[in-house]
Design a protein around this ligand. Sequence first.
Ligand SMILES: [Cu+2]
Length: 377
Amino acid sequence: MKLIGWALALAAAAMVPASALAQSDVNRGTTDVSAQNPNQAEPNPLGEAPSSASSATASAQPGESAPTAAAEPVPGSTGHMVPTPGIGVPDGRMGLQDQVTPIGREAAAFHDKWLLTLCVIISVFVLALLLWTLLRYNRRANPTPSRNSHNTFLEVVWTLLPVLILVAIAIPSIRLIANQYSPPKADVTIKVTGHQWSWSYEYPDHGVSFDSFMLKEANDPTRQPGQRARTDADGPPLLAVDRRVVIPAGKVVKFLITADDVIHAFAIPAFWIKQDANPGQVHETWVKVDRPGVYFGQCSELCGARHAYMPIAVEVVPEAQFNAWVGAQGGSLPGAGKPPGSEVAAASAAAASAPPPAAGETAAAPSPAINQAATAN
Ligand SMILES: [Cu+2]
C-alpha cells in the first residue's frame, strides 16, 4: 500500500509544472501551496494568456511585474463590497449555505424539509425493526420459531411502501429540475470562460470583459512587489479575487459557461448552481438574487495542479449601482429604447436612490454614457 501511495504522489508531482516545483520545499507545506499558484506572477505553464483580454485586464496578464490597476480598491464600493460573514461564504456549518435564489430556496427546502425528514423516518423505522427482531426473536426469547414462509399483507406493504416513497421524492424533484431548466427571460447575460487557472467574464450586451484571478496572501513569496494582496475586505483566503463578477439584484442573470483548455465547473453554493465548463460547448444556467452581497464559489471540476486556486466571487448590487459600474468599466447599457431606471423602484428598496428616467441628469451617476441613456428616454 505504501508503494502505491508513493507512486501516486510521484505521478501527481510529475503533473506540477517545473516552474512551481523549482521553489517547492518538502518541509514547508505553505511554500508548496503558494509556489503552485503563480497567477499573475509567473508565466502560464501552457504559454496561453486568457482569451478575453480587454483594456481593463492589463492588470491580469501573466508575467507583468506591476500588475495591479492604478486605483486602489475602496472597501465597500461597487466591485469591492465587504462580504457578510456567514452569507455566501463557507462558515464551517453542517448543512447548506443560506440560499439567495428562488431555485436555491426551493432546492434547500426540498433537501432540508423533505429529503432529510424522509431519511430520518426511514432510518429510525429500520433501526427499530432491527432492534425489535434482535431482542424479541433471538434464540433465548423465542426458542420455537415460526415456520411461516409467506405473508401476503406484509409483501404488499413492503412492495408498495418503497414505491410510494420514491414517488413522493420524484414529484418535487422533477418539479425542481423543470424550474431549473426553464429560465425566465434574461435581463443580463454573462459569458464565463474557465482557464487553467482563472476565470474570464464577458458581458456581451454591455461591452464589458475582464479576467479574474485569486488574490494572494501578503506573505505569499510568489506575490510580486506591486501585486495587491488579499485583505479581509476582499473575502476569505483562497476565495477572494481581484475582480468580481458584478450583477444587478432582483434581475435574471444568464450565465453562458465554457472553457478554453480543460473541463472546469462554475459553482456557487449560495446560488445553487454548479455547471460544467467544457471546451467547445456552451452550457447555460441562471440566477436571480434579491439580496445584495458578495457570494463566493470555486471551480468544481478537477482541472489541474492549481484547480484549488481559481475561485469565483459574485457581487450583487442594486440595479442603479450595476448600471454605474458598467459605465465605470467603459461599457454601456444595451437597448437605448429601454430606460435603465424604469424598473429600479420595483427591483429593490436599496435602489431607491436610482435616478428615475425623467430625472436622470440630476442624479449622481458617474458615467456620462449612463446619463445619456437615462435621459434619452
Ligand atoms: Cu478549473
